[in-house]
Ligand binder design. Structure first.
Ligand SMILES: Nc1ncnc2c1ncn2[C@@H]1O[C@H](COP(=O)(O)OP(=O)(O)OP(=O)(O)O)[C@@H](O)[C@H]1O
Ligand SMILES: [Mg+2]
Length: 268
């Protein structure tokens, strides 16, 4: 299995019709009466085709906000729109990828990748679409293999292929690479950004790892523990070729983002 990232020039530069914007308006959330607000007065507009990283410490409400965007959790207050639709539940147009790839171990790579399509009742063209998405995630050669025989990184690629098969507008990622080793993680981070840009997807990525945000995102949004509020919002100013851990521009941008993150932790 090659782990060479896709060439940046193949990716960010490709102009694709951008899909859906995500608009989060006055969102607040309390899990239990008597508990404090986990999220409070969240207003955030994410442009069509934009990649936003939600950064914050453990317990700051990142997953809660992502679940609300995905329609998996109804907010106590406020609304989310994706494109022209108000989010009231899950949809094939906005798909979520979790840390565990959640594949069916007795099925092949192709069968797992086609699951979302088959569950949605699609019968025609499934095999062709599966072949397309497996090619996109660089797993064509593994199509007939059992997923149990794949590495953790390859299994995440299958999960990504399964998410992409229904042709979503928005991809929502909740720390999906944190179980992978450093090299596999960087290759996945670069490839997922590349694929997202190639397809014109809007992406929201939850992470507590600032370098992941710098590698993958166009914009970094900081959530503060305890307050449930957004306390920082900054563009990630990196050329496609600079999105590499060893690039000096990357190091400088990472230092700037880390500076904002640590300043944010000490703010009242
Ligand atoms: N189902 C739930 N019921 C009650 N409280 C919850 C529930 N899920 C999360 N919480 C609480 O809400 C707060 C925010 O949790 P959330 O999972 O959104 O944080 P997070 O930023 O994703 O953290 P991590 O980085 O550890 O994943 C935490 O205090 C958590 O204990
Ligand atoms: Mg979380």
């Amino acid at each position: 299995m090659r782990h060479t990232p896709l060439e940046p020039s193949q990716t960010d530069a490709v102009a694709v019709t951008a899909t859906a914007e995500v608009r989060i308006t006055a969102v607040g959330h309390t899990y239990r009466v008597g508990d404090g607000e986990v999220l409070s007065g969240i207003d955030l507009n994410i442009g069509a085709g934009e990649v936003v990283a939600l950064i914050g410490r453990s317990g700051s409400g990142k997953s809660t906000l992502l679940h609300i965007i995905a329609g998996l959790l109804e907010p106590s207050e406020g609304v989310v729109h994706i494109g022209n639709e108000r989010v009231t539940g899950p949809s094939a147009a906005w798909v979520m990828m979790f840390q565990a790839p959640s594949l069916f171990p007795w099925m092949t790579v192709a069968e797992n990748a086609g699951l979302g399509l088959r569950y949605s009742g699609q019968k025609e063209g499934v095999d062709d679409r599966v072949a397309e998405v497996l090619d996109l995630v660089d797993l064509s050669a593994f199509s007939d293999r059992n997923v149990q025989d794949l590495s953790g990184g390859q299994q995440q690629r299958v999960a990504l292929a399964r998410s992409l098969a229904p042709n979503p507008d928005v991809l929502l990622l909740d720390e999906p690479f944190s179980a992978l080793d450093m090299f596999t993680r960087q290759s996945m981070q670069q490839d997922v950004r590349a694929i997202t840009k190639r397809l014109g997807l809007t992406m929201v990525l939850v992470t507590h790892d600032v370098s992941e945000a710098a590698l993958m995102a166009d914009r970094a949004v900081f959530l503060k523990s305890g307050s449930g509020k957004i306390v920082g919002d900054t563009p990630v100013g990196l050329a496609p070729k600079a999105r590499d851990l060893n690039n000096p521009d990357f190091q400088a941008e990472l230092a700037r983002l880390n500076g904002i993150y640590s300043q944010m932790q000490t703010q009242c």
